[in-house]
Design a protein around this ligand. Structure first.
Ligand SMILES: [Fe+2]
Length: 211
């Protein structure tokens, strides 16, 4: 049973992107916590048709498609062709929520155990300067998230993961982050290094940015 507050923001027939964003903005009036936004996302289903303007595919890499951004929230779809996946990366304690509107994606969760540049993590506003040349990142578990079922979150305790489409069809996932950020540290376990990756959008407000 959802809370009266969440129920006020959701309705089975109100499943457009505009309604979803309006509900999120209502929730901004109080504290943004993992549970509040998870309850809202769990109660709101956005069908692939509703996400049509934010669905873009590319053979070479998954696409990040911005739907909405303000000081507290960033909302996007990510479209995954078969076999596409992220690097292992950290969200630096950022809160994040993901549901799947089409297909099925795997999330591999990791814990940072050791690196040889821990002093680089003590930086204001960003997670780390990177630059480690020895890394120990251990896989904790893999979560399967499919259309209409399951939700993956990140928070201060579980902040490192990798997402992949291991299936044979295209997947569309819906992501909310608080607060937005524009770069993150990625981990290359084979080369034993971590590095900062700039994040970009493939499309914004339904318009393609890249050629
Ligand atoms: Fe992520």
């Amino acid at each position: 049973m959802s809370s009266p507050e969440i129920a006020a923001c959701t309705h089975p027939l109100r499943t457009s992107v505009a309604d979803f964003i309006a509900g999120l903005r209502e929730l901004e009036r109080d504290l943004i916590t993992k549970d509040r936004i998870a309850a809202y996302m769990g109660a709101t289903t956005l069908r692939p048709e509703a996400l049509h303007d934010y669905t873009w595919w590319r053979d070479s890499f998954y696409t990040r498609n911005l739907i909405y951004r303000d000081d507290l929230f960033e909302v996007m779809t990510i479209c995954w062709s078969p076999g596409q996946k992220t690097a292992i990366h950290t969200h630096n304690g950022q809160l994040g929520w993901m549901t799947v509107s089409q297909g099925e994606v795997l999330t591999h969760e990791y814990h940072h155990t050791h690196c040889n540049a821990p002093e680089n993590q003590n930086v204001v506003n960003i997670d780390c300067l990177g630059g480690a040349t020895e890394l120990e990142i251990d896989k904790v578990r893999t979560i399967n998230c499919a259309e209409g079922t399951g939700m993956v979150t990140v928070d201060k305790l579980q902040t490192i993961h990798q997402i992949e489409n291991a299936g044979t069809t295209g997947c569309i996932s819906l992501h909310v982050y608080s607060k937005p950020f524009d770069s993150c540290i990625a981990f290359d376990l084979e080369k034993q290094r971590c590095y900062r990756r700039q994040l970009s959008y493939f499309s914004k407000d339904g318009h393609r940015l890249e050629r």
